[in-house]
Every structure is written in C-alpha cells, then in structure tokens.
Design a protein around this ligand. Structure first.
Ligand code: T4K
Length: 401
C-alpha cells in the first residue's frame, strides 16, 4: 500500500509488482487440449489450406455468432480488406467507406489498402462508438459502405445504422474485432449488417495466435470470400476472381478452438474483475471506469477508464507513467484519432471533437484471468495515490522535463 507520493516507484519508491501486469496478455488455455490438436495436425500432415481444424473452428464460430457462415482468415485486417473490397460491394478505386475516427488503425487501413477512401466519422464522446447522427452529412454518391466498430465489445447502435445504410443503399459492415462473445440486446454480435469481422489475435478474448474471420448470412458473399482468401480458386479449380492468401493455418485453428473452450470462464472472470475495479475506483475523482451496463452483454475484456485531468490533477499520459513505473503496463487505447494519423492527415474537413476528446483521456487497465482481486486493489491504490497528489506529480514531472 502506498502511503504518499514518495512511495510511488516513479519517485523512487518500491515497485508495486515484481512481474508486470500488462494489457494484452493472452488469456489462459488448457495447454494439453491445444497440444493434442496440434499433434493431430502433425500426425495427419495437414497443416493449412482449409484443413479439418479450421473447418471445425469455423463451425464453432458460426454457432457462437448465430450465422450461416464463418470464413476464417489469417487475421482480421486481411478479413476486413477482403470484405470492403468484395466485388459485390461494387466499389471502384476512390469510392468511399465511412469509418469511425476512434478505432485501431487497421479499420481504416483495410479500406485504404483496397484503394478506397476512408471517410472519418466522429464518435459519441462517452461510448466512443460511431455517432449515427454524423453519418448523413458524410454520405456521398461515392459512398459504398458504412463500417461500424463495436469498440471494446460495446455494440454499435445497430438499428439506426441499419436504417441509414438501407436508406442510402450502401452496405453495412461491422469491425467486431474486439467483440467476440458480446451481444446487442440478446443477439450475439456477428449476425448484424451484411457481415462482421472478428479478430482472434493473441491479445483478444479468443486467440488463435493470429487469426480473423468474416461471419455472415449472405451465401454469395461467403462463397466469394472463400475464393478470395485462397487465390481466387473456385471449387472446380479455376480462378474466379482476384484473390490473395488469407487462409488460417491449422496451428492457429488448434489454438482458436482451444481458446474458445475457455471463453465463458474468461468472461466470468473478467466480469468479476470489472466489478472489483468499479468498486475500487468509485471514490477516485476524475478516473471514470466504463460501466458497459446491463442492456448488452460485454466480454469485459477491456477495462477502460477515462482520465479527466481537471479533476484528477494529472493527465492520462502522466498517470500512464506512474503506472508503468509500478510494472502496471496500462495502454492508452487510443491516443491518436485516425484522421490525425500521417496517412490520413487532412482527410477529415473539420475537427472531430468526440474522437479528439477521448483520445486524450482513454486508458486500458490490466484485466483477464491472471489478474486477481488483490492485484486490482493494488493497481487502484496506485491510481488513488496518484490522483491524491495529481498537481504535485504534474509539477515534479514538469520540473524534471
Ligand atoms: N479492428 C480493431 C478495432 C482492432 O482492435 C484490431 C486489432 C483490428 C481491427 C485488427 O485485428 P488483427 O489484424 O490484429 O487480427 C494490439 C493487437 O496487435 C491488435 O490485434 C489489436 N487490435 C490492438 C487493439 O492491440 P498493439 O499495437 O497494441 O500491440 P502490441 O504489440 O503493442 O501489444 C499490446 C500488448 O499486448 C502489450 O502490452 C504486450 C501484450 N502482448 C502482445 C502479444 C502479441 C502479450 O502479452 N503477448 C502477445 O503475444 O496492437
């Protein structure tokens, strides 16, 4: 327990933790189950190209999402690229896709990589989700799709986005990279819009080392994506469209299947962690945890807070330094809105206040099954001491600089 400012590791105190607690730490799996599956692949000498493990993984993910199709991919970025560039979207080079300005850059990169133009939409300054009120002014004759992001597993305003997309005659996709195991009301994320994309990256709630998938109820789209991820090959061995190599390996599928088996346990642990954080931070001025509420189900994989510098006495970046010194590797998800990033600078006509506001305040704290109640109490104690001495820490830091 830290008594005062000089107990903080940033000012020479003992570190709160020997080992680091980091955001993005892979969730635990039953290792024997993974090795069994990997051995099966090695024994059968079938290591990639739509093998039995990736087919089984696709079935499990489609069941989870409640969709007819799951097309597994090597990662979510490639899955997004294939989706936005799908010939069914009818997009020509330079056509536009509306994306939120607050997300991981992969969302916009996938659009730009296909020669399309990401058009950045502001987000709600509380949830960080794409703001449907801002979309109509961004629609143009060149708009081909809206790509919403279920940020930190929070469901977008799906009904409103569906209405806007239908009225505009454009496709609606969702980047559901952070939303495996989450719902909109009682419906699993995965089944909305024309298609959704999951990520199974090592840092995600379900992990296949690297991996992604498109889930959809559109039979023709699923068929085109299956071809596109495999060099454009059709079932008769001819090449039907311009494809790439987007396949998921059997090793990745073995990991994904094993990780899926722990999903419910992981969510239960995350939810309990989230409750502990909410309680422990309740009396800390200026540090506000995302509550996620009860309407939609969240996997609680991201323990997000906002840091309001006026009230906390120090800003997000300084609190991050305080935490890192203690071996608490919190992350500033996200610290730069996409329209300010070098490749997209100048792409948005005006400031986007919601995204800019949140990018200066957002902080992800460690959670997951490896983080115990006692750890959370210590992490929150550090935050409490930092905020209690916020102005002094800010002064000392400025003097050092
Ligand atoms: N759309 C959205 C909305 C996304 O959030 C993402 C990915 C995508 C699309 C694209 O999905 P993929 O193409 O990746 O399937 C990490 C992940 O690499 C990225 O997948 C994820 N979003 C993003 C939110 O987080 P970085 O740049 O923060 O990664 P890095 O290397 O700094 O690691 C983050 C933390 O995780 C560190 O504390 C270390 C820890 N870590 C990481 C790895 C890889 C581990 O403890 N073990 C590990 O194996 O992007």
């Amino acid at each position: 327990v830290k008594g005062g400012i000089d107990d903080l590791a940033l000012f020479g105190g003992a570190r709160a933790f020997e080992q680091n607690h980091r955001v993005g730490r892979p969730n635990p799996i039953v290792r024997e189950r993974f090795l069994e599956r990997l051995n099966r692949a090695l024994d059968t000498e079938w290591l990639s190209n739509m093998g039995p493990l990736s087919e089984e993984f696709e079935q499990r993910v489609a069941e989870l999402a409640g969709t007819r199709h799951c097309v597994s991919m090597c990662n979510a970025t490639v899955a997004l690229q294939m989706l936005v560039g799908d010939p069914g979207t009818g997009a020509e080079p330079g056509d536009e896709v509306i994306v939120p300005a607050l997300t991981f850059p992969a969302t916009a990169h996938a659009v730009a990589w296909r020669g399309l133009r990401p058009v950045f939409c502001d987000v709600d300054p509380v949830t960080g989700l794409i703001d449907p009120d801002r979309i109509p002014e961004l629609l143009s004759p060149r708009t081909r799709a809206i790509l919403g992001v279920h940020l930190w597993g929070q469901a977008c305003d799906v009904p409103r986005l569906e209405k806007i997309a239908a009225e505009a005659g454009v496709r609606l996709f969702f980047d559901a990279a952070p939303a495996v195991g989450c719902t909109h009301d009682d419906t699993q994320i995965g089944a909305f819009g024309d298609a959704e994309v999951f990520s199974f990256h090592a840092t995600k709630v379900v992990n296949s080392f690297e991996g992604g998938a498109v889930v959809t109820n559109d039979d023709a789209l699923a068929e085109r994506l299956r071809q596109a991820r495999n060099f454009g090959f059709t079932s008769d061995g001819t090449v039907g469209l311009v494809g790439t190599n987007g396949k998921m390996s059997e090793a990745a599928a073995a990991m994904g299947l094993t990780s899926l088996e722990s999903l419910e346990e992981t969510i239960a642990h995350n939810r309990a962690n989230h409750r502990t954080y909410l309680r422990a931070l309740a009396d800390v001025p200026g540090v506000t945890p995302y509550d996620y509420g009860l309407r939609h189900r969240n996997s609680h994989h991201y323990m997000m807070v906002t840091v309001e510098p006026e009230q906390a006495g120090l800003d997000r970046d300084l609190l991050l330094r305080v935490l890192h010194a203690e071996h608490v590797l919190a992350r500033p998800y996200f610290s730069e809105p996409l329209h300010r990033m070098k490749p997209y600078a100048g792409a948005a006509p005006a400031t986007l206040p919601g995204a800019e506001y949140l990018c200066r305040r957002l902080l992800a704290l460690p959670t997951g099954p490896a983080v115990r109640d006692e750890d959370i109490e210590i992490i929150c104690d550090v935050v409490r001491v930092a905020v209690a001495h916020g102005p002094e820490i800010t002064r000392r830091h400025a003097a050092r600089a």
